[in-house]
Design a protein around this ligand. Structure first.
Ligand code: GAL
Length: 442
């Protein structure tokens, strides 16, 4: 496999997210986000860990960008922490927050690295959560104002924008299951959060595009290749319902298809939160769709799972190789995912904006020989190339992630980085996977 086989326009990158790396969570005027609050609550994060320092990226971004450059990675995806820029989520602007992201963008450009910001990677300002967060329809206006401010502040140097990161995960885990911030549960929170996230995504897209029609504007979705546990009809239909929830719910309204609630009727509950004209407002013609995929899911019928009547068969119980996240090691899934989304005629271009794997890396003799991650990335790329060669409009690949970091509710235990971080000393060590990626991109 050779980089040239992917074509000249193919975007090679690495992805990160503000809360997972920055630390400095109350420095220089930053307001608290829901993740600051959530991770300070007892029992929410594995081993009681928090992200007050994380990778100290707020202070070390230049060294980390040097590493991005050393690995010949041309595109750096990061996110803006909304409450660094607007401590209360709206109203007063924190100039120091804008300054930080201006420095980050300028430092990237100085090194020949293209900055790819995401406006929202889950860290909602706590002040807005206090007003209901994603369950309050006013958030569409708050998010639009924040988007507009970012477009005006940074837009002169940004060629590629992403509005949101994985709305299904932050609404599902944060507003239905309660295992992510803000820790809310139930359909009465989930449904309005879904609808307002969808409206905000489309609104954000419109604002960014009208601020600069030359910039490529996209948004990102989580997705997994799903297979039924067996070909029994009840398992096949359970897998279809899971596919609606995990892979289709968020993207289809954006593509102008409305919510796929005919195939999962519980979702009709979202209609309660819809107003006249919303169908149009939910749709936006994004220049690209970012797909983020890590594993596959095996689904079987379950009488006891409310609403969905389907459950994921845990990879642990399937005697398959596992990552630290207990996800099946299944890099082949990226192929079916690209094929699946390429079938939507509305999608013009796909970038894989996250893909990677966590393994129990060990620092030995000054290095980390992470052969499993290396082979995961290589297989993923071969599968991506196969889909591309078959005509799928996939034109970019971003590894999740640059450095080991704060993996949400799992704390620092899962290591996803191309670069190892010793969280006691903040020392960075490029892993074998990072060295390979750098050589490959050279
Ligand atoms: C994604 C998320 C990232 C990262 C990754 C690995 O869902 O966008 O922030 O945590 O998963 O679990």
């Amino acid at each position: 496999m050779n980089k040239d086989e992917f074509g000249k326009s193919f975007k090679w990158g690495v992805s990160t997210a503000a809360f997972q790396i920055e630390g400095s969570c109350s420095a220089e005027g930053k307001g608290p986000s829901i993740w600051d609050t959530f991770s300070s609550r007892k029992g929410k994060i594995l081993h009681g860990q928090h992200a007050r320092v994380a990778c100290d990226f707020y202070n070390r971004y230049e060294q980390d960008l040097d590493l991005v450059k050393a690995l010949h990675i041309g595109n750096f995806r990061f996110s803006f922490a909304w409450s660094r820029i607007l401590p209360e989520g709206k109203g007063t602007v924190n100039q120091k927050g804008l300054d930080f992201y201006n420095r980050l963008i300028d430092s990237s450009l100085e090194r020949g690295i293209n900055p790819w910001p995401t406006l929202y990677h889950w860290d909602l300002p706590q002040a807005l959560e206090d007003l209901g967060g994603w369950t309050n329809r006013d958030i569409v206006g708050w998010f639009s104002d924040y988007t507009d401010l970012c477009a005006r502040s940074f837009g002169d140097r940004i060629d590629h924008w992403m509005v949101m990161n994985e709305p299904m995960v932050f609404t599902g885990a944060g507003y239905f299951l309660g295992v992510h911030a803000p820790g809310k549960t139930g359909l009465k929170n989930f449904f309005p959060a879904v609808h307002h996230a969808v409206l905000s995504m489309a609104a954000g897209g419109r604002i960014l595009k009208s601020a600069n029609s030359q910039a490529e504007v996209g948004t990102t979705f989580s997705c997994s290749h799903i297979e039924p546990y067996s070909q029994k009809s009840w398992n096949v239909s359970a897998a279809k319902r899971a596919d609606v929830l995990f892979n289709r719910l968020m993207i289809e309204p954006v593509l102008g298809m409305g919510y796929p609630d005919e195939e999962l009727s519980i979702l009709k509950g979202i209609r309660k939160y819809m107003q006249a004209g919303d169908e149009d407002k939910m749709a936006f013609d994004f220049d690209f769709i970012g797909l983020q995929t890590y594993t596959r899911e095996i689904v079987r019928y379950s009488l006891l799972t409310p609403y969905l009547h389907a459950k994921l068969v845990k990879a642990e119980n399937r005697k398959v190789p596992l990552t630290t996240m207990k996800w099946e090691v299944y890099p082949e899934g990226i192929y079916s995912i690209i094929k699946k989304y390429s079938a939507y005629k509305q999608i013009k271009k796909i970038y894989i904006t996250e893909n990677g794997a966590a393994f129990p890396d060990e620092l030995r003799d000054g290095g980390v020989d992470d052969q499993e991650r290396l082979s995961f990335i290589q297989t993923s790329l071969q599968q991506l190339l196969k889909a591309k060669d078959e005509g799928c409009p996939v034109d970019g690949y971003f590894v999740w992630t640059l450095t080991d970091n704060f993996e949400w509710a799992e704390g620092y235990h899962p290591r996803f980085g191309l670069i190892h971080v010793d969280f006691n000393t903040q020392k960075r060590t490029i892993k074998s996977s990072g060295k390979w990626y750098g050589e490959f991109l050279k």
